[in-house]
Design a protein around this ligand. Sequence first.
Ligand code: ZN
Ligand code: ZN
Length: 452
Amino acid sequence: MIFDIVLKIYNRYYLCVHCLGRMFSLLGSYTTNQERGNSLLLSLTMENHKKFLSNNTEQQNIALSNLKILAEKANYVPAQEVLKNEGIEFSLLKSNQLCYLCQNIFSKINEYGEKAIQILDGIEFKNFLVGSSPDSQIINREDDLKAQLEILEAESFKSHFNREVGKFLSIKLNKPPEFSTPDVSLIYFFNYDSSDIKLKLKSLFVQGRYNKFIRGIPQTHWLCKNCMGKGCTLCDFSGKQYLTSVEELISPEFVAESKATDSKFHGAGREDIDVKMLGEGRPFVLELRNPKVRTLDLIKLESNVNKITKKKVKIRDLRFSNKREVIYMKSEASKTKKVYRALVVPEIRITKKIFEEKIKKLKLTFENKKINQRTPIRVSHRRADLVRKKIIHNIGGKYVNSNLFEFIIETQGGTYIKELINGDSGRTSPSFSEVFEVPLVCRELDVIEIIY
Ligand SMILES: [Zn+2]
Ligand SMILES: [Zn+2]
């Protein structure tokens, strides 16, 4: 049965041994397609050679015609030698005959591999993965041939190519393939005439905590609202809404050291531009994209960054991280507890006695209770208009003078503190203003602790 298919194939097309074996790849394990192809041709030759030597003329004729197919159309040397020894003439294929399916790409696996080795020069990686995207002509030829001859046990062009190039590279580079999260992915795009390799380098993730000691800088880089980054007179052609950000203060050193193309800053929640981030700092993960260097001296980087950003931003507790931790950190941000210090100004002066009464009422109203907080007007352009329930854990108050109070507020992550204090025209309820029966305004706000 298999032999019939092989003879039918060669009656119509010339295939290389790799592609011949590939058509039967699901049959027989722990071998290669090349070996499958060679052993099919050899067994077929031996079978027909035996028939040819028999005394049955009919059998001899069939054998002779099969041997000719093998010698002429499969260009198979052992069959050619049998015919030569028997003194039977046959014609030869032109010497540079190309495989109908792969156009001899599979005889040039080394060349494809060498090309990758050149591209990988100067890139640090522990493991890799080969992928490929052959063009539609390659795929269609293959599908047609399999359909015509009802071949069901073939391996695809792609998977043969990926594995064979992978084997070559693994030996040459002395590095293992990695199928789920490779440091390097090599994707070959090719047709019969040309090929191109696209390189994808796995992002490198560094986790740490940051403090922000000054007001007026956002966590991440903001595009100029007027030109959306193109550069205009309003932004002095910087393309930015703010001159700098926590992200821009921290990331350049990392990008330079890792030779990454760029980076993305992931914070565990964010503080407003005018809010300091004090205490132990806020967790963040810096994602370095397409890094050519993966082993970074984090201690040195930390001290370099802190030297440069002195008094504005400070980083600490650096360690390598991964994408999973970024997702976890984002999803857990609203479950963390945050402690804030707020300096608050009342619209009407209040005596210390009244203040002490109001603090008692404040504790009764808020502590370990939920508030309803509708998306504040000031952020409604970028966040969905929803009512969120947030827990307020603890409140402490200090009377500075009749016109200034300090509150220490421990809440669930994601609570809008300024609105908790001023009430946001009733969008946050209850609010400190409601309890005080006097409009209160938060003049200064700092995050002093984030508790995980
Ligand atoms: Zn081939
Ligand atoms: Zn602009």
